[in-house]
Write a protein that binds this ligand. Structure first.
Ligand code: ATP
Ligand code: LTN
Length: 336
């Protein structure tokens, strides 16, 4: 039996933060040699909220460099840009015509982002999860590693696949494979540094709320020194009244690569004054190799472009094949 296929993506909407890394990309890198991996840059999704055309291409390249810097290995992994493969937009249209509107209106991310946009809510923002379903189903992916906030979008993806299979396929020959989400318990929801009840996010207007993968040691020191804590003595993972404490201990655990039990024991009697320097240290040291590799890739734009071209060719062949199957099932004629 061949390897299972893994697929995921991130939008080029700003520098990755520790939530993106610990919730998603770290899990892409781990065990990548056991799978046939496809990771892409979701630049079509990036324009569902107002964007700056002058920055989109640069941010796309920077994200590709960051993927590689985080440890994606081209021997096992194909990296590509969503907009380079027209099948994504085309399949999304076909899915639009079989997806009930009320499935989209209940999406939590849509409701939250629409609220932030005020009057300026595009159809694209509502349709975002349909495009995401096309991204995944085009590649007949088995597993989709993401953070917890994407769970609902993956359920919708499965619903769309099941509906298409039911309406246009046969039980013995389903057209699309139903993917499984891969959401690790630890790190699936890293919280903001300024409010432990809100997720860390690229679109939070406060820089102080997140550590990005490219923050300098001084920026990390300042953000951790000023981050929200509480006046309770001793540190614990398990007190639901202390979300900031849980979050900072989780960050320390994951960045230092220790077990939860070891961290709980080490930190049980600590105060913030003793803990914060340790956290700062593991963050600076953990991010240093990523930053060094990123800087190197950013000086090799030609190589980076070649990686994305190769990725496009490989991904396009699979995507076109699936799109063809869906169009056949829907009854489209073939050009002569
Ligand atoms: P935006 O604020 O622009 O929506 P974001 O910070 O939520 O961006 P995405 O590009 O939407 O980032 O997410 C990329 C990946 O990172 C997804 O798999 C998502 O589930 C994961 N992710 C995002 N934020 C977190 C977080 N705080 N904790 C864990 N995983 C996260
Ligand atoms: N919506 C995702 C990004 C994304 C994605 C995908 C993730 C777009 N298409 C396909 C997994 C599979 C997000 O992280 N905000």
């Amino acid at each position: 039996m061949g390897k299972q296929r893994v697929l995921s993506g991130v939008q080029p909407t700003g520098t990755l933060h520790l939530g993106n890394y610990l919730g998603a990309i770290r899990n892409w890198v781990e065990d990548q040699n056991q799978y046939d991996n496809y990771f892409f840059i979701a630049d079509l999704h990036a324009i569902t909220v107002p964007h700056d055309p002058g920055q989109l291409a640069d941010q796309t390249y920077a994200l590709a460099a960051l993927y590689l810097a985080c440890g994606l290995d081209l021997e096992h992994t194909t990296i590509f840009v969503q907009s380079h493969i027209s099948a994504h937009a085309e399949l999304a249209w076909l899915f639009n015509c079989i997806t009930p509107l009320n499935w989209l209106e209940r999406m939590i991310q849509f409701k939250e982002k629409a609220l932030k946009q005020g009057e300026n809510v595009s159809i694209g923002l509502l349709d975002y999860p349909v495009l995401q379903a096309a991204d995944i189903l085009l590649y007949q992916a088995d597993l989709v590693p993401v953070g917890e906030d994407q769970k609902q979008h993956l359920e919708l993806t499965r619903d769309i696949a099941a509906r298409l299979n039911f309406q246009y396929g046969s039980e013995t020959h389903p057209i699309l494979k139903l993917p499984e989400p891969l959401i690790r318990k630890e790190g699936a929801r890293i919280m903001s540094l300024t409010d432990g009840t809100n997720k860390m996010s690229k679109s939070d207007p406060s820089e102080q709320s997140r550590i990005t993968l490219l923050d300098t040691p001084d920026e990390i020191r300042n953000k951790i020194k000023r981050c929200k804590t509480d006046p309770v003595r001793g540190l614990s993972f398990d007190d639901p009244e202390r979300p900031e404490c849980q979050n900072l201990l989780t960050l320390y655990q994951l960045m230092s690569g220790q077990s939860k039990a070891a961290v709980a024991k080490e930190c049980t009697d600590m105060g913030w004054g003793q803990f914060k320097p340790l956290l700062i240290e593991v963050m600076i040291e953990g991010l240093r190799p990523i930053q060094d590799r990123y800087t190197e890739w950013m000086t090799q734009k030609q190589e980076l472009a070649a990686v994305l071209q190769k990725g496009k060719d490989k991904a396009d062949a699979i995507a076109s094949d699936t799109l063809g199957k869906v169009k056949d099932a829907l009854g489209y004629s073939h050009p002569l």
